[in-house]
Write a protein that binds this ligand. Structure first.
Ligand SMILES: [Ca+2]
Length: 270
């Protein structure tokens, strides 16, 4: 019996690693992770849910002089939009799209975002886009139970200049005036927060809007250091959200200087 000689391994053609080549190798492997923003959505989760009995705070804490969109402790997972954009460029807002309505989304230093959101009955979708628009994540879920509060009228104000304070004012058919100084009206409709540091959104929502005439105003309260910068305010009006009768209208209004007050839209509900 003859022994087969052990197979000889083909010698690897190794290039000697110098500190410089190691550094180059590291850079080339890590570069994509450094430069590409990556969006993750932690809440809401996709799928079916029943949020009956969940704690869903609509109005948010306001801290003057600087107030941004914020989440109260104890807020139910079913009424949050939360996640992170890794490697997001600093100083620019991301974009949040809820059921087709786009709004700016402020990111913290570490790229995290969190805000409450009162989702309606039925199918809801949330999309988050990185500030450069190149990375996005999307989730869709269905929330349904008898008696769930539905936003039948929603007005969303957002704007495109950092460090500025725009204010949403909504006047209802009964003469009620929802604004930062009076955020909850007798008919149950409410303005969520007074954002003073740029972008918004400030959202007015009503589950049982009385029939009649509504007026939506935007007031440029202040904050912009350079009055030559034009700020574009966007107002989205959504009626009968998540129903076959849903209607969305979006208006864009240029605002130039603090003190300016613009009637953006008057409309009749329903
Ligand atoms: Ca404001």
């Amino acid at each position: 019996m003859t022994h087969r000689p052990p197979a000889r391994l083909k010698p690897l053609n190794l290039v000697p690693m110098t500190p410089r080549s190691i550094a180059l190798l590291l850079v080339s492997t890590l570069l994509p992770a450094w430069t590409l923003a990556q969006v993750t959505i932690d809440a809401p989760k996709a799928g079916w849910r029943n949020s009956a009995g969940a704690r869903e705070e609509y109005t948010q804490a306001v801290n003057y002089p600087a107030s941004s969109v914020n989440l109260r402790p104890g807020q139910s997972e079913t009424a949050q939009i939360r996640g992170r954009i890794a490697n997001a460029p600093k100083g620019k807002p991301a974009t949040l799209v809820v059921n087709g309505v786009a709004m700016p989304l402020e990111l913290r230093e570490d790229g995290r975002y969190a805000r409450p959101y009162g989702f309606g009955n039925g199918s809801n979708s949330v999309e988050v886009r990185s500030p450069d628009g190149k990375s996005r994540a999307r989730t869709q879920f269905v929330d349904s139970y008898e008696g769930k509060t539905q936003s039948r009228l929603r007005v969303v104000l957002s704007w495109d200049s950092p460090g500025t304070d725009m204010d949403l004012h909504v006047v209802t058919p009964a003469g009620g005036h929802a604004w930062y100084g009076n955020r909850v009206l007798k008919d149950g409709s409410a303005l969520d927060v007074d954002v003073t540091t740029g972008y918004g959104p400030e959202i007015f929502s009503s589950a049982a809007p009385p029939k009649g005439n509504y007026h939506v105003y935007v007031n440029y309260f202040g904050g912009g250091a350079d009055s030559s910068i034009l700020t574009v305010a966007q107002v989205a009006i959504i009626t009968n959200e998540n129903t076959p009768r849903e209607k969305q209208q979006v208006f864009q209004v240029p605002m130039r200087a603090a003190g300016e007050l613009t009637l953006v839209k008057s409309f009749v509900f329903p």
